[in-house]
Write a protein that binds this ligand. Structure first.
Ligand code: NAD
Length: 342
């Protein structure tokens, strides 16, 4: 359960898409989905108008938001309408932003269909779109009424997308839960086989970690910053190298771990352990990136204040700290750690 200034949100791990009507208010819902998820699951949707987005990150744009506003007007949606996103992180981010801004805000809920959305994107009330080539530059903090994490939907998720979701589970383990990291190390085969008990633990633990952090600091003025572990360089890599979010975060976490070693906060053995786990989950751990380009991309990061950036480091497995690090220092670290990561 998330309970913050912008609202309360019930997170229902294991609930089914088929039971969505039980969570809806007494009005005709408007469903936002993408072409892949709609194609697979439309027959399980309750009676509703359906707005279908092109699948993928390109839908996280103001142009798509504008198009949805138009469709809502055509559907005569008003302030009593209820919008449900049924999809991965992209659909949830866009639909949450539309619902938060259309007519100054209508009620909304999420059915998270990708692992990444269930363990991260759908939880916490951050909604938004990309702008000017930069991630999530325009958005809101606003909680959905509910998040349904239907684990049975993961059976149709492409393997690459499953891996991307696992990157965010590893992030949660690294910042808050050493036992979860050991569980990930010991259960690789069961995770790949989508063994229900194992997947349920990954989603439940991730939701618990993220909810606890968000409940303390909804608007990211302090503690919530630790959820950005791996995302500072991750977002820059996603933009520069056109990687998927989870792949970029995986490389960003290795960079952050190596910079933590450089700063004397964490042992090289722990950094090697992190790299081993990510590799065993078939996630990338290095990239050919130019430090100058990476630092230039960070200049548009929302976490930047003047020439410093709130950067998340590790003091050990399960222990994250946020430090204001000058961009110049980050660049020096990058020159040292990038060759080490190859
Ligand atoms: N708001 C937040 O706090 C937050 C946190 C982390 C990530 N994000 C955002 O989430 C996005 C990434 O999320 P994502 O990885 O879910 O991306 P996505 O929504 O693009 O989904 C990935 C792919 O999987 C497909 N898919 C989803 N569910 C499926 C299913 N059950 N079966 C078959 N195919 C399915 C989608 O159609 C898409 O092609 C990024 O834009 C990222 O910035 C947001």
């Amino acid at each position: 359960m998330i309970s913050c200034r912008s609202g309360a949100c019930a997170i229902l791990v294991g609930e089914r898409l088929q039971n969505l009507p039980a969570h809806l208010p007494d009005c005709r819902p408007i469903i936002v989905t993408d072409a892949n998820v709609g194609g697979l699951y439309r027959e399980n949707f309750p009676p509703a108008a359906v707005i279908t987005l092109t699948a993928g990150e390109s839908s996280k744009s103001l142009a798509v938001v504008k198009d949805i506003y138009g469709q809502l007007l055509d559907l005569e949606a008003d302030r009593s309408s209820f919008i449900v996103a049924v999809g991965g992180g992209v659909v949830c981010d866009v639909a949450g932003f539309v619902a938060s801004t259309y007519m100054r805000g209508v009620r909304f809920g999420f059915v998270a269909t990708s692992l990444l959305a269930q363990v991260d994107a759908a939880v916490g009330g951050k909604n938004g779109v990309n702008f000017g080539g930069y991630k999530n530059l325009v958005g809101t903090f606003n909680q959905p009424a509910f998040v349904i994490c239907d684990l049975s939907l993961l059976k149709t998720l492409p393997e690459k997308e499953l891996r991307c979701g696992l990157a965010e589970v590893v992030k949660h383990a690294l910042i808050k839960d050493a036992a979860l990291l050991t569980f990930l190390e010991n259960n690789g085969a069961s995770i790949r086989a989508l063994e229900p008990g194992v997947i349920e633990r990954l989603v439940t633990d991730s939701v618990a970690i993220k909810s606890a952090v968000v409940n303390q600091d909804e608007k990211e003025s302090g503690q919530r910053r630790i959820l950005n572990f791996g995302h500072t360089f991750g977002h820059a890599l996603e933009h520069l190298l056109h990687l998927s979010h989870g792949e970029a975060v995986s490389i960003g976490m290795v960079m952050a771990a190596e910079i933590s070693v450089n700063r004397g906060l964490m042992s090289a053995a722990d950094a090697a352990r992190i790299r081993r786990l990510l590799k065993s989950l078939a996630l990338p751990t290095c990239a050919e990136a130019d430090p100058d380009h990476l630092i230039a991309a960070l200049r548009k990061d929302k976490k930047r204040e003047s020439d410093r950036l709130h950067y998340v480091l590790l003091c050990g497995i399960g222990k994250a700290v946020v430090e204001a690090v000058p961009l110049g220092e980050l660049k020096r670290h990058l020159r040292q750690v990038l060759p080490r990561m190859r």
